[in-house]
Design a protein. Structure first.
Length: 711
C-alpha cells in the first residue's frame, strides 16, 4: 500500500456497482446521540443520504424517546425524501425468565414487546415496509458467556486413516453395523453451549483430545486410545448423566416403596402378635397362672409397643404420601422429557419414543384408575362409619374397630394397604419399561449411543424458540396491517457478533429465517385460511435477514480469512434485505467507518449484488462519530469512490478529499506566499499540514498581519 497518494492514483470505476450518497444511511443510535432523534435525523438528512436508522440497543434508552419525536421523524422523512428504518432494543426472543428458565408465557410477553417496536416502525414510515431490525438471539449471551459458539478454522477434520481402521476393528468386535458411530464427525467448534430444556441451565461444551488406555489389542500396539470430545459428543455425555440420574430417582423410589411395604407388613405382624399376647395375658390372669401385678405390667408394655408401632405406621403413611408425590413428579418429568425428545428425533428414534410414551401413559392411567377406585371405596367406608358413630372416625378408632372384628373397618385398612401395593407395582413397572430405553435407541440408530435429550445444543434450541417468536410476531403484523391492505413493517433478523451469541453465522441465521417463514406460513394457512402459495410468498416478504458485516468479521479472530467471510455472505445473500456496514479488526465491535478496519466490505457487497440485493445500506459507526465528532458518510463515500455528483466525468469522493482544499495534505505549488505565511503555517509547498507535523503555529492573541499583541 502506498503511503502517499495523488489524484492520478485513483480510477473512476467503483469496486461495486455505482453507489451514490442517496443509497446510504447512518445509524442514529440514541446510546451515543441522546433521545432527540428528530434533530439527529435532520442533521443526517442535510448530508444528502437517502436513509437513516433510528433506535437503541437498550430498552430504557429507547423508551426515553417521546412519541412526538417519532411523529416528527415521519414528517421529516416526507419532507426530505429520506427513508427511515428502526433498530429495536436487544430483547430475549427465547423467553428466558429472571429465574433462568425458558417460559412459553415469557416468550409470548416478548412478542407483545416486539410488536410495540413494529408499531413504532410503522409510525415513522407508514407508506413503506419499514425495516425493523431485531438481533437473532439476545438475552442470553455477550462477551465471556457460554451461549455463543467459538470456532477454530481446521480444528478437527475427522478421524485419521489409522483411527478409522481401529474404529472398524472395534465396531466389528462390538457387532456394530457402522464404525462411524464410534468416532465424532469433523468440527470447527472449539466451544459451544448446551441448555437444560427443563431448567434453562447453560453448560459449556469444550473441545478436547485425550489419550486413554487402549480398548483393543490393536490399540495396545499404538499404546493408547484417542478419545476426541467435540461439543456434539459432549451433549451425549450430559444426556447420559441426566438419564442415569432420572433412573436413579425412579429406582430409589422403588426401593423406598418396597422397604416401607415390608416395614408395614412387619409392623402389622408385630401389632397382631401384641394383640394375641394381650389376649393370652388376660386368659392367664383369668386362670390365675400369673399375678395381677405382673399382668398389669406386661399389658402396659404391650400397649406402649402397640402405640409405638401405630406412630411408626402414621409416619410411614406420611412418608408414603411424600414418596408418592415425588414418584409422580419423576414419572411426569420422564414423560415430558420423552415428548420433547420425540419432537426433535429422527423417524427411526421417533418410533421408539412413541412406544415408550404410550407405555408410560398406559401405566399411569391404569394405576391412577385403580387408586381412584380404592380412594372412592375408602371415602365411602369412612362416611358410613362417621354416620354410624356420629363423629369423624380417627385412625386409632379404625384400628380399634378392626381388632373388634368390624368388617367395615377391616375393609378400610385393607384398601389402604392396597394403595401401598399399587405404588410399589407402578414404580416397578415404570422402572422395567424405561431401563432398556437407551439400548432400544442405540439399536434404532445403528449403534450410535443415544439418550433422551434433556440437554440440547443451545443454537438448535435458540432456532426452535426464536423461529416460534418471529413467526408469532409476523402473524401479529399480518393481522395489524397486511390483512387490512396496509404496509406492514419488514421484520429483519440480524446476525450478532460471532462467539458472543448464538445464531451468529450464515447457516444458523438461514435456518432461523427458513423455520420462521415456514411456521408463519403454516399459521396463515391454518388460522387465516390462506392458500399455501400466497402464505409462503407473504412469509418471504415479511421475514428476512439483516447482514452485519462487522459481526461476521469476528471470524478473523478465530483463524478465518476474507474468503471465508465471503462464503458466509454467499450462503445468506438471497435472504438479506437490509445491510449494516461497519468496520473493525475482527476482535471487537468497534463500529468504525468503512475503510478503517479489515472487514472485506467491497467483496461482501459484490456478493450481495450478485444475489440481487436491493435493500438499504446502513453505516453503523456510532462510536466513531461519538469519539471523533465527525460524520461517517464522507468516509463511506471515500471508501466506495462514489461519484461526487451525477455525470459521466464527475469526480469521485476519494479524489475530491485528496485535493488541496480538502482535509488531506500533499505537495502543491511551492513558495508563492510571503515568508511570514510559512513561518506560521508550515514548510513551503504544504497546505493543511497537521500541527503535530509542524504545519501550523498558534496566532491566538496576535494580529494576523503583523503578529503584534492585540492588547
Amino acid at each position: 500500500m502506498n503511503d502517499y497518494y495523488s489524484s492520478i492514483d485513483f480510477k473512476r470505476d467503483n469496486p461495486v456497482k455505482d453507489i451514490t450518497i442517496k443509497e446510504f444511511g447512518s445509524a442514529i443510535v440514541t446510546d451515543f446521540t441522546g433521545s432527540n432523534v428528530a434533530a439527529s435525523m435532520s442533521q443526517s438528512a442535510s448530508t444528502g443520504q437517502g436513509a437513516f436508522e433510528l433506535g437503541s440497543l437498550q430498552r430504557q434508552k429507547f423508551e426515553e424517546i417521546p412519541q412526538q419525536q417519532w411523529d416528527e421523524v415521519r414528517r421529516l422523512g416526507k419532507l426530505t425524501g429520506v427513508k427511515p428504518s428502526l433498530h429495536a432494543p436487544m430483547v430475549d426472543v427465547l423467553g428466558k425468565t429472571v429465574s433462568g428458565e425458558f417460559s412459553e408465557k415469557k416468550r409470548k410477553e416478548v412478542v407483545n414487546e416486539m410488536m410495540e417496536y413494529l408499531k413504532t416502525g410503522n409510525t415513522i414510515d407508514p407508506d413503506n415496509n419499514t425495516p425493523v431490525n431485531f438481533h437473532s438471539s439476545v438475552g442470553v449471551g455477550g462477551e465471556n458467556s457460554f451461549s455463543g459458539v467459538y470456532y477454530q478454522k481446521g480444528l478437527y477434520k475427522g478421524p485419521k486413516d489409522e483411527d478409522i481402521e481401529l474404529a472398524k476393528i472395534r465396531a466389528e468386535k462390538m457387532g456394530l453395523p457402522d464404525w462411524r458411530v464410534l468416532v465424532p464427525e469433523a468440527t470447527e467448534k472449539l466451544a459451544a453451549a448446551a441448555v437444560d430444556v427443563n431448567t434453562g441451565r447453560i453448560e459449556p461444551l469444550i473441545y478436547k483430545e485425550v489419550k486413554q488406555l487402549p480398548r483393543t489389542f490393536e490399540e495396545e500396539k499404538r499404546g493408547y486410545h484417542l478419545e476426541v470430545y467435540t461439543p456434539e459428543s459432549r451433549i451425549t455425555s450430559l444426556n447420559k448423566n441426566a438419564w442415569d440420574q432420572e433412573m436413579e430417582k425412579i429406582l430409589g423410589s422403588e426401593h423406598q416403596i418396597f422397604k416401607i411395604k415390608r416395614n408395614f407388613e412387619g409392623i402389622n405382624r408385630d401389632i397382631e402378635e401384641a394383640g394375641e399376647t394381650f389376649v393370652k395375658i388376660n386368659q392367664d390372669l383369668k386362670e390365675k397362672k400369673i399375678e395381677e401385678s405382673y399382668a398389669k405390667y406386661e399389658k402396659l408394655k404391650l400397649i406402649q409397643t402397640i402405640e409405638q408401632k401405630k406412630r411408626e405406621m402414621s409416619l410411614m403413611s406420611a412418608n408414603i404420601q411424600q414418596i408418592d408425590e415425588a414418584m409422580d413428579s419423576q414419572v411426569n418429568s420422564i414423560y415430558d422429557n420423552l415428548n420433547k425428545s420425540c419432537e426433535n428425533a429422527s423417524e427411526e428414534l421417533k418410533e421408539v419414543y412413541q412406544d415408550k410414551i404410550k407405555s408410560l401413559s398406559n401405566i399411569s392411567a391404569k394405576y391412577s384408575e385403580d387408586k381412584m377406585a380404592i380412594r372412592k371405596i375408602m371415602n365411602e367406608i369412612r362416611g358410613e362409619l362417621n354416620k354410624r358413630y356420629g363423629e369423624k372416625v380417627s385412625r386409632d378408632k379404625l384400628d380399634q374397630l378392626a381388632k373388634q372384628g368390624d368388617q367395615t373397618a377391616i375393609a378400610y385398612l385393607e384398601a389402604n394397604n392396597r394403595l401401598i401395593n399399587i405404588d410399589a407395582d407402578k414404580i416397578k413397572e415404570v422402572a422395567d419399561s424405561m431401563q432398556n430405553l437407551p439400548d432400544e435407541l442405540q439399536y434404532a440408530s445403528n449403534g450410535k449411543i443415544t439418550y433422551p435429550e434433556r440437554f440440547r445444543l443451545f443454537e438448535d434450541f435458540a432456532i426452535e424458540k426464536g423461529s416460534e417468536t418471529f413467526s408469532d410476531l409476523a402473524e401479529r403484523a399480518y393481522e395489524e396491517w397486511t390483512s387490512k391492505g396496509k404496509n406492514a413493517p419488514l421484520i429483519t433478523i440480524e446476525n450478532p457478533p460471532v462467539g458472543q451469541f448464538a445464531i451468529s453465522r450464515a447457516d444458523e441465521l438461514k435456518k432461523l429465517i427458513e423455520d420462521s417463514r415456514s411456521k408463519f406460513a403454516e399459521k396463515l394457512i391454518k388460522n387465516k385460511h390462506l392458500d399455501e402459495k400466497k402464505a409462503k410468498k407473504l412469509a418471504e416478504e415479511m421475514i428476512s435477514a439483516t447482514w452485519d458485516v462487522g459481526h461476521i468479521n469476528f471470524l478473523k479472530s478465530m483463524g478465518y480469512d476474507d474468503k471465508d467471510i465471503i462464503k458466509e455472505t454467499e450462503k445468506i445473500a438471497k435472504y438479506v434485505k437490509h445491510l449494516h456496514i461497519t468496520d473493525n479488526f475482527g476482535t471487537s465491535d468497534s463500529h468504525l467507518a468503512p475503510g478503517m478496519g479489515n472487514v472485506p466490505i467491497e467483496e461482501i457487497m459484490k456478493s450481495l449484488d450478485k444475489a440481487g440485493f436491493e435493500g438499504r445500506k446502513i453505516i453503523e459507526a456510532g462510536k466513531f462519530i461519538s469519539d471523533f465528532k465527525e460524520s461517517d458518510i464522507p468516509y463511506a463515500m471515500d471508501y466506495f469512490k462514489s461519484p461526487l455528483y451525477s455525470g459521466e466525468m464527475a469526480p469521485n469522493w476519494k479524489e475530491t478529499r485528496m485535493q488541496s482544499l480538502s482535509t488531506g495534505y500533499g505537495a502543491e505549488f511551492g513558495e508563492f506566499l510571503p515568508s511570514s505565511y510559512f513561518s506560521m503555517y508550515g514548510a513551503p509547498g504544504f497546505v493543511n499540514l497537521p500541527t503535530d507535523l509542524g504545519g501550523s503555529m498558534s496566532t491566538q492573541g496576535k494580529s494576523q498581519f503583523s503578529g503584534t499583541p492585540m492588547e
